[in-house]
Design a protein around this ligand. Structure first.
Ligand code: GLU
Length: 296
């Protein structure tokens, strides 16, 4: 059974949300968040800031996942990705005066997020992107805007139901992710793929014993295949999702934090969460407090 199309119009928030979940994410031109676009946004930002440049140009390139139901998903014929990450991307773009349809969405996989930010291929990354010290040494990461934890996805009839059970088994995840490193430390034989969709196919075919990554991602896949897959074990890591930006533009950090804090306070964050990850069965949490930005 696939998830059915879910639509929620949210009155009074200046926000209308609709979600096309999982594999059925195709043909609805209106899918996604409809945010209030800031008028004359260029005048809101100081000269010389990257935000002013983006606002004046009317263009922003945002890197998101294309194959993670609930977090970032775009079918081959869809115009726009849907999921919690793209929803927040639209909120950030709107504060630059850029409408959702004017955003350029680029697929970022786990392994190319830092290089894409460093080379300027994308302006922002919202792609289930855990904040780590190693990553913060080479790119900016503002947040966290969401906190999740690593779990396991196994076949419905699998005997694996504790972390101990993965010792000596083959577990897939994605190259360049925190998940692959963590599971190796638990004694499993790690199998790295480029994308999570390739990895989930391995579990479905029985080629590997389990898949591992953030629970929020796994629940999206389990919701797509409820008869074949289940999520097991308590979260065994803390994954704090941040918005990636280039260290060439340190001023972007405070703008991201301020814009997302406003979205947390006016209910936009919560509504976006409920309509996206919420549809995969993740309970809407309290929004996390974000880190202070490094001194520019
Ligand atoms: N959040 C983890 C990471 O950033 C795993 C998910 C992903 O690869 O996007 O590495």
């Amino acid at each position: 059974m696939r998830l059915t199309r879910t639509k929620a119009a949210v009155a009074g928030l200046g926000l209308a949300l609709s979600l096309v979940a999982c594999g059925d994410a195709g043909d609805d031109e209106s899918a996604g968040v409809d945010v209030e676009v800031q008028e004359d946004a260029g005048s809101e930002f100081d000269d010389g800031t990257r935000m002013k440049e983006l606002a004046d140009s009317g263009e922003v390139i945002i890197g998101v996942k294309f194959d993670q139901p609930g977090i970032g998903f775009k079918g081959a014929t869809d115009d726009m990705p849907v999921g919690f990450d793209p929803e927040l991307g639209k909120v950030l773009a709107a504060s630059l005066g850029i409408a959702p349809e004017d955003i350029t969405w680029t697929e970022t996989i786990s392994d190319n997020r830092e290089p894409f930010l460093q080379s300027g291929e994308v302006d922002l990354v919202l792609a289930s992107y855990s904040i780590t010290d190693e990553r913060r040494a080479v790119v900016g990461q503002a947040g966290p805007y969401y906190v999740t934890g690593q779990q396991l996805l196994v076949a419905s009839d699998s005997d694996i139901d504790s972390l101990d059970d993965v010792k000596g088994t083959e577990v897939c995840s994605v190259t360049g992710s925190t998940s692959l490193e963590n599971i190796e430390a638990e004694g499993a034989t790690p199998r790295g793929f480029d994308t999570y969709s390739e990895c989930v196919d391995q579990v479905l075919s029985g080629a590997v014993d389990a898949m591992t990554t953030d629970g929020a991602i796994l629940l999206g896949y389990a919701a797509e295949h409820p008869d074949e897959l289940k999520v097991v074990v308590e979260p065994f890591s803390e994954e704090r999702y941040g918005v990636g930006y280039s260290l060439d533009h340190p001023e972007m950090c405070q703008w991201i934090v301020d814009t997302l804090t406003a979205a947390q306070e006016d209910g936009t964050w919560e509504e976006a969460f409920a309509a996206t990850l919420g549809a995969s069965g993740v309970e809407t949490p309290e929004p996390p407090a974000m880190d202070e930005c490094p001194a520019a």
